[in-house]
Every structure is written in C-alpha cells, then in structure tokens.
Design a protein around this ligand. Structure first.
Ligand code: PBG
Length: 347
C-alpha cells in the first residue's frame, strides 16, 4: 500500500503515540504568532548613516545602490525623510574638500561634517545627530591615525601611532560637539580614545555629550563598499594593527571593559552578522549598557546584489536580518536599510 493511503487511513497515526508536547499550536494563526513573538523591531531601533560632501546634489555610490554622497542640503532632506519614518538618529561621515596627513578638516569649524550637523539640527532639532570620529576619511594616506614617518623610531614606518592620534581625534570630537552633535562615536580602535575624548569634552563643558564607542570593531573585508562611499581606503597596508582579529572574542571583552572603564555611554559591535556571538557575549557581560550593532556596508551590498538578481526577497531578508541582530542583543542598529525597513515595518 502506498504511504499516502496509509496516512489517509490513519494507519500510521493510530499505530504511533501522539507527541507528549506540541509546539505548533501557537504558530497556527498570525494573531497567535504575534502574541508570543519575543523580539520586535521598530523604526525607533534604527540609526541611518549619511555621507556628506562639499558641493551640490547627490551621487549614488556604485557598490551601495540607494545610498548617496550628499551635499549638506541633500543630507538635510535625507534626515527629514528618515525622521518622517520614525527613525530617531543619523550618523554622519564626512568627505573633505582636501586630504592631508592629519586630516585638518576633521576639526575645522566650517568642515563638511560641522556644516551638516548645524544644518540638520537647525531644520530637525529632534533628530539625534551622531558623528563618526575617525581620521581615515580625512587623511591623504587613508589611515585612522597619525602615521610614523620617523625612521629613527623603533616602530615600523607607516605604523598608526597611538598617543599622537588621541590628540587629533579629541580635537575632532570637540569640534563636532561645538557644532551641535548629540553623540560622538570614535571608531578608530585607538587605545585610550574614549578616556581622552571624555576628558576633552568635560574640560570644554560638554560633559552632557555621550560617547558611543565602536568598542569592538574587527578588521573586516565587509567595509569594502563603505571605503568607496567615504573615499577612505588606506593607500598602503591595512588596519590590522588597531582593528581586531576576526578570530577573537575574549579580546572583545577586554575592549569593552576598557571602554566602559574610560566612560563610554554606549557600546558598539561591528560588523554585525559574522559577529552575532560577540554581540551576545557583550550583551551578557554588560546587561546595563546600551548596545549598538553596525550592519555594515558589505552586509548591505550583498543583499542588494542578490535582490537585484531576483535571488532573494529583499524585504523579508532585511527584516529577518535585523530581527536576528536585535535577538542577539542589540538595542539599536546602524543600517543602510533603515529607511526601507522602516517603510516595510510601517507597511
Ligand atoms: C572608520 C569607519 C569605517 C566604517 C565606519 N567607520 C571604515 C573602516 O574602518 O575602514 C565602515 C562602515 C561600513 O562598512 O558600513 N571611519
């Protein structure tokens, strides 16, 4: 007798014992599934990245469809449309007019990021403006710090010098705060960056400005498209002497411990998807700290490329991804999909 007939005649059913526990009943209808849903994502969880440059208009970043380098006026428009979708925050990356060894425009009063902060805060005061504090977009060598050019030093030529870099990024953070940034986010993985910035801000009466530390940032190939967007690839070498080795997780807990001790107000793990275990470990170790995950450029571009080929349902994949990142422990997610995801959620 064919198996189907056996089933229809309940032969198999009557000859087997029913399961002692059933988990499917609560999955029967959309309403039941919604009642027992453990993790819910919302536009309030999103931080939207904006790339700002001099000039007018906008140009699309080849490797990141839907993401643009924006003039200040266009950045305001993007921030307005994010706000109208319920997204509470943007994070700004600046592309300077000129690059030099220490990235002077990073702390220039009329630098591109400073202009964008003022314009966004003027037009949309409730929008939380976060600034990425790093040197790589501003330096002619594309590195995140002051480079060792002194051949007499015992350090290798081209090494990113730690302590001289602290002074420069503290100036940048201070300049962003002076322009009206709500949160500063050092991203260079330079030892002591949080403490140095905290001291500089406090000394200048910016004790109320929080620091979101890119506490656990890996030396990741997933930043590829961002480096096109921010025009920030290193001209030589890589970032492995400051960003973390993808193989390590215990070290991630050292990084977070250090930043918490130095006064970080919020922590970040970056990238998100290959590091969900790291996110989970940091969440467990610091249940009291607000935790952000950066769903980075490469993670965005992969989904866009697959969707453009009709290989994936973009909406479903993005919402599933963001739910997974939140379930692993993130309170907030920096994502290039923020506006689209907010639209899909508001549905
Ligand atoms: C450094 C910075 C980078 C990213 C955010 N801040 C690039 C890097 O470390 O090389 C990458 C973000 C992304 O890939 O979306 N300023």
């Amino acid at each position: 007798m064919a198996l189907l007939e056996l089933v229809q005649q309940s032969v198999i059913h009557t000859s087997t014992t029913p399961p002692s526990r059933r988990l499917r009943p609560l999955r029967t209808t959309p309403a039941l599934r919604a009642m027992v849903r453990e993790t819910e994502i919302n536009a309030r969880d999103f931080i939207y990245p904006l790339f700002v440059r001099h000039g007018t208009g906008r140009n699309e970043i080849h490797s990141m469809p839907g993401i643009f380098q924006l003039s200040v006026a266009e950045a305001v428009r993007e921030a307005e449309s994010a706000a109208s979708l319920g997204i509470p925050a943007v994070i700004l990356f600046g592309i300077p007019a000129e690059k030099d060894p220490i990235g002077l425009e990073n702390f220039a009063d009329n630098g591109i990021v400073q202009q964008a902060i003022r314009a966004i805060k003027r037009e949309i005061p409730e929008m939380v403006v976060i600034t990425d504090v790093c040197m790589c977009e501003y330096t002619d060598h594309g590195h995140c710090g002051v480079i060792n050019t002194n051949n007499h030093s015992s350090l290798p030529e081209g090494y990113v010098l730690n302590d001289p870099t602290l002074d420069v990024i503290a100036r940048a953070a201070l300049s962003h705060a002076e322009a009206g940034a709500d949160i500063v986010a050092p991203s260079g993985m330079i030892d002591g960056m949080v403490g140095t910035i905290r001291t500089a801000l406090d000394y200048a009466n910016f004790e109320h400005i929080p620091i979101l530390s890119y506490a656990v940032k890996y030396a990741s190939a997933f930043y590829g498209p961002f480096r096109e967007a921010a025009e920030s690839p290193p001209k030589f070498g890589d970032r492995k002497t400051h960003q973390m080795d993808p193989a390590n997780v215990r070290e991630a807990l050292c990084e977070t411990a250090m930043d918490v001790a130095e006064g970080a107000d919020m922590l970040m793990v970056k990238p998100a998807l290959p590091y969900l275990d790291v996110l989970y470990r940091v969440r467990q170790a610091y249940p009291e700290m607000p935790l952000v995950a950066y769903n980075v450029s490469g993670e965005y571009s992969m989904v866009k490329a697959a969707a453009a080929n009709g290989w994936l349902d973009e909406c479903k994949v993005v919402l599933e991804t963001l739910t997974g990142i939140k379930r692993a422990g993130a309170d907030l997610m920096i994502t290039y999909h923020a506006k689209e995801a907010a639209r899909w959620l508001n549905g």
